[in-house]
Design a protein around this ligand. Sequence first.
Ligand SMILES: *Cc1c(COP(=O)(O)O)cnc(C)c1O
Length: 465
Amino acid sequence: MSDDIRKRMFDEMLQKTAFDDARNAAYAYADAALTRNVFPTPQALQDLARFDEPLPDTPGDARQILQQLDRYGSAATVAQIGGRYFGLVNGGVIPATLAVRWLTDFWDQNTPLYLASPIASRLEEVTEGWLRELFALPDSTVAGFVSGSSLSIFCGLAAARQRNFARLGWDINRRGFIDAPRLRVVASRQSHGTVSKAIALLGFGLDNVEWVPADAQGRIDTAAMPELDASSILVLQAGNVNSGAFDDFETLGQLARKAGAWVHVDGAFGLWAATAARLKHLTRGIELADSWSFDGHKTLNTPYDSGVIMCRDRDALVTALQASGAYITYSDHRDGMLHTPEMSRRSRICELWAALKYLGRSGVDELVYGLHLRALQFARELEQQGFEILNDVVFNQVLVACDNDALTTATIDSIQQSGECWVGGTQWRQRQVIRVSVCSWATTEADVTRSVRAFVEAREAARKT
Ligand SMILES: *Cc1c(COP(=O)(O)O)cnc(C)c1O
């Protein structure tokens, strides 16, 4: 690197003008995000063409780069931090955790080992204990901090695969699937797509899965369960991504324990029901499972990317995710990479730790229950306006339909174009439906009422076309 560019970088580090610019732009963004169109305007989308540039030959200017990104990038974001985004299952963000991210970005920590980041190691340990307590999981349970549930589901099923094979005297890491004894995977037809992805990545083969039908709410049909045995891995769900429904963990957990099967619970957003006194009944029996995956970045409203795998059998998890290298110095402290597939990771634990410390037990309860209350309000007000609600609103998800599929589809389009709020569509029991997911602390009663008005106006516009 030339002395010239190095000097500029030192200057930027010392003078902080680009950082000041970033802060000012971020503050302006935050203020606007609460009131602006939820989805980018057509103009903002068109302006994305500004980024279609050739790779520069020579170094650029930090402030100009930031300016371009703010001017044309900020406008082309989805206003996720406001209260009227109800697509996917995207949480909002707790301000304290954003502040923590800023500080920790300057730390630029890599967190595989205690020796690479003592602070991350300690916060992982502390947060692991808090989560075990909050979800009332068995004492032996350990946590791994990954990028999201896609990866934490993968980790849970990898631990299951490891343990079940080991009991059959088979070392899957060394010997792989060739000539291996057979393991069974049993999962609901209503499993999330990332469950299928993990099953495929781990080599089980989707055609080998015993898919169990689900009931009208999307819960696994307990009467249709095949007999489990010690080679089985059962995947259950806390929070169906459409209906928000919860499987019967108590009944199925007992069956699985009796049979010696491994149970993994995909609780990406729904496991948090366990932390709210008035919703806890939904997760009754989760402690009978062996592994649990959930996110910080959905229900808990941490920034991305925050996923957690919790596993009652530390050996199974660590062995499944093992890695080695002569230069890796493990310590007597917590070495985070033992619990994750990744080696290098940013210190994502800080935001999760901060969210729990900021909210405390009662704050988590209020956040989670608050999402449920707003979902109930949504359903109630939509029903009053003649929309049909297709699910029992047990958690934060509401499935909504108009008189026919065509009208529902046109209504979704019209809502999205309005910019008033954002919802997506899905198929539910052979019908086109509108899918509402209430996930942000920032969603107020007024936001819900305003969004319901947008639904009504969109349906009217759709009827006219
Ligand atoms: C979102 C979600 C996932 C995937 O989680 P990511 O954090 O997006 O990787 C898995 N299962 C369910 C039920 C989800 O809602």
